[in-house]
Design a protein around this ligand. Structure first.
Ligand code: AMP
Length: 216
């Protein structure tokens, strides 16, 4: 099954994608993670994308489409993909449809995570991650049990994303509403959309996604 997770920044796409990956053996493809890795490695792609990401704008379609094509080809025989943060424009969605069709595949389901913009700013500006194992935390909702120590791996270094400041989050939300939200109608036209209340707690959202995937 190939699944697109659609929703604004901070809606919980990454968290839910990781759970789906563990549960269903699907491969998470996060263009945001791939671009951050390219920036950290100082590759040509990273140099092109870094400033754009720091402003909260979208990087050009051809750069992210190339990344996805490589990953789809690298995992040909697998059970399928969870696309997290891709596609983000109609051009990307059309390119994805073509790319999958050429390989005898398709997008099977699109799950939209619905959340309020005001809540998103609070969610995003408070989040941080264990630098060792990647476990996610939040200043208000999920602090480590022992201050400064990761609950999962015992690591003591934590990182925050550079683009998680309030100003950049507002720009990212603007890009979402202008360029990504129209994808909901695009996929509704293909009869693939199921909406889930992304304001609920992580376990409840996970259950609703399961129902959206296993139901008709
Ligand atoms: P994310 O981790 O999904 O929130 O993405 C972080 C940033 O990477 C975005 O604000 C964009 O600058 C860039 N980015 C990630 N995915 C895409 C995409 N599919 N199209 C364009 N830009 C993207």
């Amino acid at each position: 099954m190939n699944l697109v997770l659609l929703g604004p920044p901070g809606a919980g796409k990454g968290t839910q994608a990781k759970r789906l990956q563990d549960q269903r053996g699907l491969v998470q493809l996060s263009t945001g993670d791939m671009l951050r890795a390219a920036v950290a490695a100082g590759t040509e792609l990273g140099r092109k994308a870094g400033d754009i990401m720091e402003r909260g704008e979208l990087v050009p379609d051809d750069l992210v489409i190339g990344l996805i094509a490589e990953r789809v080809d690298a995992d040909k025989g697998g059970k399928g993909f969870i696309l997290d943060g891709f596609p983000r424009t109609i051009g990307q969605a059309e390119a994805l449809d073509r790319l999958l069709e050429e390989r005898g595949k398709k997008v099977d389901r699109v799950v939209v995570l619905d959340v309020d913009d005001d809540k998103l700013v609070q969610r995003i500006t408070g989040r941080f991650t264990c630098a060792t194992c990647g476990e996610g935390y939040h200043d208000l909702y999920k602090r480590p049990k022992v201050e400064g120590v990761c609950d999962v791996c015992g690591g003591t270094k934590f990182t925050r994303r550079k683009d998680d400041t309030e100003e950049v989050v507002r720009a990212r939300l603007k890009a979402y509403h202008a360029q990504t939200k129209p994808l909901i109608s695009y996929y509704e036209g293909q009869g693939k959309v199921r909406s889930v209340d992304g304001m609920a707690d992580i376990e409840t959202v996970q259950k609703e996604i399961d129902q959206a995937l296993d139901g008709a």
